[in-house]
Design a protein around this ligand. Structure first.
Ligand code: AMP
Length: 412
């Protein structure tokens, strides 16, 4: 199927062509006709599936007719990075339509955003908190909104945005089109979707799991060995574009310093940095000014950098959902990618969940020539659902009982 199938106006088709898209992705094939018809949509899709074009191209088509200068589309996103990414894509798609977009988020001056709204914009892409701020200042009229998009609703919930979203919903016209996207559907998100959507087209693209194009591997380690193990892994793998996740802002900065001292071109991305520093980091990584970005989850949310070869979980995340989101940064739109997981004993429950979801044990790796000291990286991996005693990825070797006074991690 090609994009011509949708019968877009030539001005929008020109935007598709300029973006280099030739074939619609599965979510685009399923969602575009529904959005064009004006129907509500519930899209359950993981990151990197082409969601943005799936909702924005038909929205732009529907906006071509009708008034200009009024806010007719509101897109809500959980983070500034995602909001920025949606805006950039939208401006590309809309280049020949004279439809205008403004991005509204905190951490930067309010005045330029208000100024743009006063001049007239048809599309607002916003994070919930700042949107309410701007509305309270009287700079935003939401009475003409025809379409609401909630993107990454599960992450909005994780970040505590539900009260803000409820307030925003109360400010919108009752009759409108609603497009609701989430990678996962835990029960609070399901209730929110039920409340907002009327007879939606339900579109589920893939299981909420890492894309099949991503290879996943485990590197068992102790906390103390992590940084030197990562340095050795990076030596082994050579020059690749890596996005590395660490748990806290401090750990991000510390790891960036260590990697710089090893001669790598590294930038950090964490929430204590100013918005302009964060944008610089993302832009520099995108342009290839440096190859390695070390980030926290929240800061890295939504960054759209293509060609990331490897996602490294230096610290494993708290939940499988968060893991899915991180790993979704690589292997996007059919490219292949790697997820390398430095796993310590406390990560055992999550590793189990990842393996269950994957349907088989993840490949387990030991770095040749790396001094593990008394730590035993030879683990026995058994899938939980198949307690048959079948040997795991490393054969039937039994784990040694203890190392350094701690039990050897056993991902079974
Ligand atoms: P998204 O899920 O919207 O963040 O998109 C993920 C990545 O896929 C982005 O880099 C998009 O530019 C890219 N993409 C989206 N749709 C297509 C398509 N039809 N063909 C090629 N790349 C696409």
């Amino acid at each position: 199927m090609s994009f011509s199938h949708f019968g877009f106006d030539p001005r929008i088709q020109a935007g598709v062509d300029a973006s280099g898209y030739v074939q619609p992705t599965p979510i685009q094939q399923a969602a575009i006709p529904e959005v064009l018809s004006g129907r509500d949509v519930l899209g359950v899709a993981q990151t990197g599936t082409g969601k943005t074009a799936a909702f924005m191209l038909p929205i732009l088509q529907n906006l071509l007719d009708g008034p200009r200068g009024k806010v007719r589309v509101l897109v809500l996103a959980p983070t500034r990075e995602l909001a920025e990414q949606i805006s950039v894509a939208t401006r590309g798609f809309a280049e020949q339509t004279k439809l205008r977009t403004v991005t509204v988020y905190g951490g930067v001056g309010k005045r330029p955003q208000a100024e743009k709204l006063r001049k007239g914009r048809e599309i607002v892409v916003a994070c919930p908190g700042r949107l309410l701020d701007v509305w309270e200042d009287g700079d935003l009229d939401l009475n003409h909104v025809e379409t609401l998009v909630l993107d990454e609703a599960d992450r909005m919930f994780d970040m505590g945005f539900l009260p803000d979203i409820r307030r925003i919903l109360a400010l919108l016209p009752v009759h409108r089109q609603n497009l609701f996207f989430s990678a996962t559907m835990p029960s609070p998100i399901r209730s929110l979707a039920d409340r907002i959507l009327a007879n939606p087209a339900s579109i589920t693209i893939g299981a909420p799991a890492p894309a099949a194009s991503v290879s996943q591997a485990l590197y068992p380690t102790s906390e103390q060995l992590k940084s030197s193990l990562l340095v050795s892994i990076m030596k082994e793998r050579g020059r690749e574009r890596m996005l590395i996740f660490a748990r806290t802002k401090i750990r991000v900065q510390q790891l960036a310093t260590i990697l710089r001292s090893e001669g790598h071109r590294v930038e950090a991305l964490e929430g204590n940095m100013t918005q302009s520093k964060r944008q610089q980091a993302i832009d520099g990584f995108r342009k290839g000014s440096f190859q390695i970005l070390v980030a926290t989850d929240v800061a890295a949310r939504g960054i759209d950098v293509t060609g990331i070869d490897v996602v490294v979980n230096y610290d494993m995340p708290e939940t499988f959902d968060a893991y899915t989101h991180r790993v979704g940064r690589t292997g996007r739109a059919d490219a292949t990618g790697w997820a390398l997981n430095l796993v310590a004993i406390m990560d055992t429950p999550l590793v189990r969940e990842i393996q269950e979801n994957h349907g088989q044990p993840l490949e387990q790796r030991v770095v040749d020539g790396f001094d593990y000291g008394s730590f035993n990286p030879q683990l026995r991996i058994i899938e939980r659902r198949k307690r048959t005693g079948r040997p795991g990825a490393l054969g039937s070797r039994r784990p040694r009982a203890t190392t350094g006074g701690r039990r050897t991690p056993r991902f079974s």
